[in-house]
Each structure stands twice: as structure tokens, then as C-alpha cells.
Design a protein around this ligand. Structure first.
Ligand SMILES: [Fe+2]
Ligand SMILES: [Fe+2]
Length: 444
């Protein structure tokens, strides 16, 4: 899906460029509008809305940050930011006229956007596009934090907590907003604590590690919140998870990404990221507390006390480390591995379940899959009657039997709760980048 979204966004920017060069009545503009509209139409037949956010200097879509695309589009991102646009939402039903009017408006001088950019759209009759600042949580929420407020934040862990509380207070976890607030936290930490600028260094040094740390942080907070931890603990776990692999910036990139077996020396070097990370986080105990140190140190220690670093004194890892270690392995296994060898969710489940009681706390692992699901939401699956569906929500009482939206064949389209229809079951997972791709767009 993300490739189509990237294409739509690129076409939109080309169209904007054309509008600036030729104006909106020129045939060149019409041609580029046709192309952009076709790309949007493509995306919006597969989903109700497409929301893009500008986070720091990057473009983000739901859980993904488009680093590569962002680099190419630096000036366009700046252009939108100058117009107070950090969030763009396009809704199904968008007409070509609306898209054209929208492009015409943002091609105008930035001064016009000083006030509320959304108002400009409403006045022009554009209904299916919404633009503006990224909010950390919904407008209706009591604990909502707008960007202006975020800018006022200093770096104390307390304020960090407030931002994340705003996100966690909203009913459902909005990945984009969460990523946005984490990004702000990192920005503010970075500007005040010189050393923490190293997080940005990690991003430049190794994008994969950086994205992984963000993912693990989000997943750990979700897990901790479902486990019933207090807000303040959830936030502390989230911050600790965010820094869990910070020690990797001291490891050579060549070793980090070596595709073949590591030799003894290389493995020892990888293992040292736990100790190096803990040492690094020790400098920030005053601002962030002790948990980031503990989690950096312990996140590869297993439940049965094997793993690393080897400890002379046997002591069970901290519960935060146990939580982060589950989310850490889950994210590492679920990430795309290459065209041929992606792990499907059932494989990830089986690998992790085999280690129940050895690597992972058994009770925590069961709960993790109960909350996250065996088949994650959005997974494309084939049912035993030959139909294809998308997982829509979990049944915590039976993680193998979620609620599914059948999308193919067309005459079987419906929502089905597999917990109730015992005759139906999930037979296999379709890789969303390969055989599952065509079904994603059929979903309502
Ligand atoms: Fe690690
Ligand atoms: Fe990790």
C-alpha cells in the first residue's frame, strides 16, 4: 500500500510545482492534475482516507516513516510547513475539482496560510481534504496538546510524560500522533542535552535501528497499557524502550548488517551494545530516571537468565526489560526481511512461542499475543472455504479466530466473526507485498 501512497504524494507535489510554474488554467496543469487524481483515486478505492504527516523533517504515514522519500522531498516538506501544514488527510469521495482547487490554494503565497489553513479550504468548497497542524490527540480530548504547546516544553521527564499521556488518554492509539510526540521528545531532548543528539545520529547512522527503537517503544507502551500499568509507568517504559538499542551506535554498521554468520569477535561486539547503551543512559539518570539504563542493560537477558550480558549474580530481569524484550523480538521478526523470506505472523508466533518459559516470561508472552493477536489487524488471510479476507479486530478469548472482512470473491463480501462461525477458519497468510497485494484495495 505504501508504494501507492508515495506515488500519490509525489504526483501531488509535481502538480503543485506545475501550478506554480504555469498557473492552474494551463493544459500542463490539467495533465498533471489528471495524473495526481488518478493516483489518489487508486489509493482511495482501497481505503476510506489517506493521512500523511510531517514529523520533524520526515514524511510519515501511519506506522511508517518514509525516510527515502523525505530526503528527496526536503524542499517540498519545508514548503508545506511554511504554510502551517503538517497533516494532510484526503477522504474517499475526493473529486478532481477539489484536488485542483486544493493545489491552486497551496500554490499561493504563504502569508495566506497565517490563519487557519483549513478555513481556506472550507471557503473554497473543498470538503474531502483536511489540512493543518498535527495534534497529539483528538480535539475533543481534555488532554490535547497542540504543536504550539509542545514547543514550550522543556526537557524534563515530567513534561515528556505529559505529552505521551495526551496520546495515551485517547481511546485508540494513534500511531502517527504517538510517533509525532516521540519525535518531539527526541527533538527537545536533543536540543538541551547535547549528548542525546546522538539519537539523531543513530537515525543517520542506521535508519533501521532508529525505526526499530521507535516501533519497540510504541509497542511496549501499548503492551504496558493493556497490562494495566499506571500511566506514569507506561511512559517510563516507553522512554526506556525508545533507547533500548542506543548502544548500537557504537557498533560498526558492517557488523550490524552482516548477512552471514557472525564470528566470535563480531558477536562479542554486537553483545556489547547492552553495556555501552547502559553506560550511555547513565548520564541521563537525572532527566530520564534509571529505567532506560536497566532496560538497555537487560533487554537481551532471557527469562531463564541465559542470554547476555552474563551476570555473576542471578537476579530476574526487571519487568520493564521483560516487556521490552518481547516487543523487541516481535518487531525484529516481523520486519520485512527481503523479498523471499518475510516471516508470516504464524511463523513469528511459533518462533516466539517455542521460547516460552526460556526466553520469555510465559504469562507475559500469552498476554502479548492476546492483545496483539495471532493474526495482526490488517493481515490478508485465506479462509478454508477459499475466500480471502482482512483481519479487522481481535477476539482475545481465541486469538486464532479474529473478526474478518471477506473481500473476495465479490458475492461473499461480508464481515464474519470467526469465534462465532466455527466452520470457517484461517488457512494461510498472504504476504501483503506479494500475493496479498491485490486484496488490500478491495477492503471497505
Ligand atoms: Fe538490542
Ligand atoms: Fe532491539
Amino acid at each position: 500500500m505504501s508504494a501507492e501512497i508515495q506515488t500519490a504524494f509525489k504526483e501531488l507535489l509535481t502538480c503543485l510545482q506545475t501550478a506554480k510554474l504555469y498557473g492552474t488554467v494551463h493544459p500542463m496543469f490539467q495533465r498533471s492534475l489528471d495524473k495526481a487524481y488518478a493516483a489518489f483515486d487508486d489509493v482511495l478505492t482501497g481505503r476510506q482516507e489517506m493521512v500523511i504527516g510531517i514529523i520533524g523533517d520526515e514524511l510519515a504515514f501511519e506506522k511508517e516513516i518514509f525516510f527515502d522519500l523525505s530526503r528527496l522531498l526536503k524542499s517540498a516538506i519545508l514548503y508545506l510547513k511554511e504554510r502551517n501544514i503538517e497533516r494532510l488527510a484526503f477522504f474517499r469521495g475526493l473529486s478532481k475539482e477539489e484536488l485542483g482547487k486544493f493545489v491552486g490554494l497551496i500554490a499561493g503565497p504563504k502569508e495566506e496560510f497565517k490563519a487557519d489553513p483549513q478555513k481556506l479550504l472550507v471557503v473554497s468548497g473543498v470538503q474531502n481534504i483536511s489540512i493543518g497542524k498535527l495534534k497529539v490527540s483528538d480535539k475533543q480530548d481534555q488532554g490535547s496538546f497542540a504543536l504550539e504547546q509542545l514547543n514550550l516544553y522543556d526537557t524534563s521527564a515530567d513534561k515528556v510524560g505529559q505529552v505521551l499521556t495526551g496520546v495515551l488518554n485517547s481511546e485508540k492509539i494513534d500511531h502517527l500522533s504517538l510517533k509525532f510526540s516521540l519525535s518531539n521528545i527526541m527533538d527537545s531532548l536533543g536540543s538541551q542535552h547535547q549528548e542525546l543528539l546522538k539519537l539523531a545520529t543513530v537515525k543517520r547512522y542506521d535508519v533501521e535501528t532508529y525505526t526499530h527503537m521507535l516501533n519497540v517503544s510504541i509497542l511496549s507502551m501499548y503492551f504496558a497499557s493493556r497490562l494495566g500499568f499506571e500511566k506514569s509507568d507506561i511512559l517510563n517504559i516507553g522512554v526506556a524502550a525508545l533507547f533500548h538499542d542506543i548502544g548500537k551506535m557504537y557498533i560498526s554498521r558492517k557488523t550490524l548488517h552482516k548477512p552471514d554468520r557472525l564470528n566470535e569477535q563480531e558477536f562479542a561486539s554486537i553483545k556489547s551494545h547492552t553495556i555501552l547503551g547502559a553506560e550511555f543512559m547513565l548520564k541521563y539518570v537525572d532527566a530520564l530516571g534509571i529505567l532506560p539504563v536497566v532496560v538497555s542493560f537487560e533487554h537481551h537477558l532471557k527469562y531463564d537468565m541465559s542470554g547476555y550480558p552474563r551476570l555473576g549474580l542471578l537476579r530476574k530481569p526487571h519487568v520493564a526489560s521483560l516487556i521490552v524484550s518481547i516487543c523487541d523480538v516481535y518487531d525484529a521478526l516481523s520486519q520485512r526481511r527481503g523479498y523471499k523470506q518475510d516471516y508470516s505472523p504464524d511463523v513469528v508466533y511459533n518462533i516466539m512461542n517455542k521460547e516460552k518459559g526460556s526466553s520469555f516470561d510465559p504469562e507475559l508472552l500469552d498476554k502479548f499475543f492476546k492483545f496483539v493477536g495471532f493474526w495482526p489487524i490488517g493481515a490478508v488471510i485465506a479462509l478454508n472455504d477459499g475466500s480471502i479476507g482482512l483481519v479487522r479486530s481481535q477476539n482475545e478469548s481465541d486469538i486464532q479466530r479474529p473478526k474478518v472482512e471477506i473481500v473476495s470473491p465479490p458475492d461473499k463480501k461480508r464481515l464474519v466473526d470467526l469465534a462465532e462461525e466455527k466452520g470457517l477458519s484461517i488457512e494461510r497468510y498472504l504476504n501483503p507485498w506479494k500475493e496479498g497485494k491485490e486484496y488490500l484495495r478491495l477492503a471497505q
